[in-house]
Design a protein around this ligand. Structure first.
Ligand SMILES: [Zn+2]
Length: 285
């Protein structure tokens, strides 16, 4: 497998911060839920934090959100961030046919192009649902004009991941698409997720920072991900009050340590360098 863009020795590695712009009920409970206005406030808060640190990121926008709140996408774009696609309806690829997937992605491309005037170059599958059985998605994405994907988690997990997929950015073997996997730590013969979401929330902060440094010492770019709703400390309770049915254990697990995310993000943004994936991949695209 082709290794990608090793930075010159001794130069500080620039990592990639990625943001999946989706609303909590749709992302976690299922695609049949409505998009609430909380996604707007949460994303604006994240934009504010990034502006404070002068960090630009890649935003994988779910276009059901873009359809309802196009001004939000315009503002992300205007702030200098990369707009990429998180698909339209957040249906897992494992529940879609190749044809249904293509329809979802085409709709997403059209909406983003209409809002920003640019075709998205990057795609992230809902819940990293490009797994062994849905590898057919790669050639479809390449045919639709995507240049990279960040959808294959190289870990063993019951719901997603391809445990023996490369940990570093690499080209797909059957199409012209670069895969930028979320960061993992190689330890005790296994790949461990350190990249974002629940892992980032639940791991102790110093351990997460040590893990990213260790990935960088391997001369690898760490691709991290965050969801705007993770900054929303009282968010799940508000969704419940608005009538969304949330199983109690889900509520407890998903709300646990949310308060940690913002200070943690601030420390990461202070300590490491970041750029949008499109820029990091520029020489390879
Ligand atoms: Zn998502």
């Amino acid at each position: 497998m082709e290794h990608w863009l090793p930075p010159p020795a001794g130069r500080r590695i620039v990592n990639a911060l990625t943001v999946d712009v989706d609303d909590w009920p749709v992302a976690v409970l299922g695609p049949h839920h409505d998009i609430s206005g909380r996604v707007v406030d949460n994303t604006r808060r994240l934009l504010h934090i990034l502006a404070w640190h002068q960090v630009r990121a890649t935003f994988f926008v779910l276009t059901r959100v873009a359809e309802r709140f196009p001004d939000l996408v315009r503002d992300i774009h205007r702030a200098g961030h990369e707009i990429a696609s998180h698909g339209h309806g957040h249906e897992l690829l494992t529940t879609l046919s190749p044809h249904g997937f293509e329809r979802d992605v085409r709709r997403s491309i059209d909406l983003l192009t209409e809002i920003t005037g640019e075709r998205p170059l990057g795609y992230r599958a809902p819940a990293f649902s490009i797994v062994r059985e849905t590898r057919w998605a790669g050639p479809i994405l390449a045919r639709l004009g995507f240049r990279y994907s960040s959808s294959v988690f190289p870990i063993a997990h019951p719901r997603y991941g391809i445990s023996d997929a490369p940990r570093h950015p690499h080209r797909w073997s059957d199409c012209d698409l670069i895969e930028c996997p979320p960061a993992t730590l190689r330890l005790l013969g296994r790949n461990w997720p350190i990249a974002g979401g629940g892992y980032f929330r639940l791991l102790p902060g110093p351990l997460a920072r040590w893990a990213i440094s260790r990935v960088n010492r391997e001369n690898l770019v760490a691709v991290l991900y965050v969801h705007p709703y993770e900054l929303d400390v009282g968010g799940i309770a508000s969704h419940r009050e608005a009538g969304v049915k949330v199983p109690l254990m889900r509520h407890i697990h998903q709300a646990l340590f949310r308060r940690r995310i913002e200070p943690r993000l601030n420390r990461l943004l202070e300590r490491f360098s970041f750029a949008p994936l499109r820029e990091l991949l520029a020489a390879a695209l």
